[in-house]
Design a protein around this ligand. Structure first.
Ligand code: DAH
Length: 343
């Protein structure tokens, strides 16, 4: 029997040493030391021994059990540490390598960059921003601006009317905000109003049915055309630099008297004449003038006491000159290859 114990012990120790995973250790423990295990089976055979033999055999079985137990727990510890280290290695996060696809940051649309810059220039001059609706009464878009029924600017071909009798339209100009302001505010008035306007124009390099304007209005005692010129020149210097050249040209608008259009010298040819300025040497940017006395009077402001100037600037044109963009459609196509150049 002692031989059996020795064989069992050594085969157990060999198997324990060869175990390659901590889970195998439990299987081996059950196999050798469990209730139905091999060592227990040997113990059961002790009954067949004589009383003299029993103590020595008992001691041998116990020492074999202890040795196997020790071997099991030592091997288990070694395997568990190795398994833990392997897990640490495999689950390690390497914070030194990029974690994924870099996100591209967007940038402000060039149109809104110029919008923001222009608004800031006006705010610094003491203007405040006023707002008005894009769906507008024809009364505010036309009548109160001295543009009466029958005037070509009201033509169905040019204006998106929203009803049959043409009393409601998509505003064709931000000038309607002048009226809305003067009806609720008395002089001194100094406002600008940037916003979207709508006209029935076909899309081409210089036209779009939806575009942007900045309206301006100043009403006070003793307001002059000289102040209008200074204000607009200040805007152009702010946007295009100190040596920008402007030209004020007589024009006609029903709601100003006198009226003018303002051009800047062509950025492309410096005034010599080229394809961009259509050989003019100048590029038109806006309309302006002294507010017509009838317009003031209709809004309850006495034209004998007060005078005012007003202007309406195309933001697309400002932007195209600023960034030398040759075709207006580029501003609306949302092509990232184009837009990212203005980041
Ligand atoms: N409303 C004009 C346009 O859309 C621009 C304009 C001209 C605005 C003269 C004004 C003005 O306020 O006084 O072309």
């Amino acid at each position: 029997m002692s031989e059996n114990i020795a064989i069992l012990k050594s085969s157990a120790l060999v198997e324990v040493a060869a175990a390659s995973a901590s889970a195998e250790i439990e299987t081996l423990r059950v196999k050798y030391l469990g209730r139905k295990g091999e060592l227990t089976a040997l113990l059961k055979q002790m009954g067949e021994l004589s009383a003299e033999e029993r103590p020595a055999m008992g001691a041998m079985v116990n020492s074999a059990r202890e040795e196997i137990e020790t071997a099991l727990s030592e091997r288990r510890a070694v395997l568990q540490r190795a398994e833990f280290n392997a897990r640490l290695a495999s689950e390690k996060t390497d914070v030194t390598i990029p974690s994924g696809k870099a996100q591209r940051l967007g940038n402000h649309h060039p149109l809104y960059q110029v919008w923001d810059d222009a608004v800031e220039i006006f705010l610094n001059m003491g203007f405040t921003v006023a707002e008005g609706p894009e769906v507008e009464l024809s009364e505010y878009c036309f009548d109160k601006l001295n543009t009466l029924p029958g005037h070509p600017a009201r033509d169905r071909q040019d204006t998106f009317y929203l009803n049959e009798d043409e009393t409601v339209c998509m505003r064709t100009q931000t000038s309607s905000v002048q009226i809305r302001t003067m009806e609720v505010k008395k002089p001194p008035i100094r406002i600008i109003s940037p916003g979207r306007v709508y006209r029935k124009d076909e899309v081409d390099a210089t036209h779009s049915p939806i575009f942007y304007q900045i309206e301006g209005l100043v009403v006070d005692k003793g307001v002059t055309m000289g102040q209008l010129k200074w204000t607009l020149n200040e805007l152009m210097r702010g946007l295009y630099g100190a040596d920008v050249k402007t030209r004020f040209r007589p024009h006609h608008f029903p709601y100003t008297e006198p009226s003018c259009e303002v051009d800047i010298q062509c950025f492309e040819c410096g005034g010599k004449g080229c394809r961009v300025c259509k050989d003019e040497g100048w590029i038109e940017l806006l309309g302006a003038g002294m507010v017509h006395p009838k317009v003031l009077a209709r809004c309850g402001i006495d034209p004998e006491e007060y005078s005012g100037f007003a202007f309406g600037i195309g933001i697309e044109r400002l932007t195209m000159r600023r960034f030398k963009i040759p075709d207006m459609r580029l501003l609306y196509e949302n092509d990232f290859r184009f837009l990212r150049q203005f980041g």
